[in-house]
Design a protein around this ligand. Structure first.
Ligand code: SF4
Length: 198
């Protein structure tokens, strides 16, 4: 059963809780195919919110296609988003177009809250072989890398050091929704980034 954010204890105190959206639980791996690999995307969209799973809409199908080309079984992955309820009009809270529904200050509190209460516990859960950061928001928010374009960051192994958590190897990857707007060359490099050692 899909819970709303109002029914999710980790959301208590988050400024986004008042929108009463569905809470999107992480995708957990099939134990028989567990790759010890964590994927952190940006935010759920309409389909993710309806189904209650991360990365299952158009971007998720694009991601599945990239995984297939890289010969990585999706059911071996753990998948979560930086924020785990659908933002209004799909506007990520820290984006300027989200000012219509949330202030800049409240947006930062919401993102920090979601990372602290939903993402950090997953990172802490085990010693991941690798964390794939899908899209520039994941890179900025999770790895706290403030400089550089995705075209410069993608495919380069980084150390993710979050307060109170062990350092873990990460890999910035183009977000599949971005790749949907581009031709084959960026998809090809993304398949290689997914296959490369972190
Ligand atoms: S942003 Fe995260 S913590 Fe806040 S209500 Fe949504 S899922 Fe919960």
């Amino acid at each position: 059963m899909i819970k709303t954010v109002s029914q999710t204890a980790g959301c208590d105190g988050c400024p986004m809780q008042r929108f009463k959206e569905n809470f999107i639980s992480p995708q957990l791996p099939n134990p028989a195919r567990d790759l010890n690999r964590l994927v952190i995307a940006e935010a759920p969209g309409e389909e993710e919110s309806r189904v209650g799973q991360p990365l299952v809409g158009d971007a998720g199908r694009e991601f599945n296609s990239l995984l297939e080309k890289a010969r990585i079984p999706r059911d071996g992955l753990t998948i979560i988003n930086c924020i785990n309820c659908r933002p209004r009009k799909n506007a990520f809270p820290t984006d300027s177009k989200a000012r219509k529904y949330i202030s800049k200050e409240a947006a930062q509190i919401a993102v920090d809250h979601c990372l602290k209460h939903h993402v950090d516990p997953i990172i802490r859960k085990r010693h991941w072989d690798r964390v794939d950061l899908l899209g520039v928001k994941s890179v900025r928010l999770v790895a706290k890398i403030k400089q550089g374009r995705m075209s410069e960051l993608r495919g380069r192994s980084i150390d993710i050091k979050r307060a109170g958590l062990p350092s873990v190897k990460g890999m910035p990857i183009y977000h599949p929704s971005y790749l949907m707007r581009w031709g084959k060359s960026k998809k090809r490099v993304t398949v290689n980034d997914l296959k490369a050692d972190a």
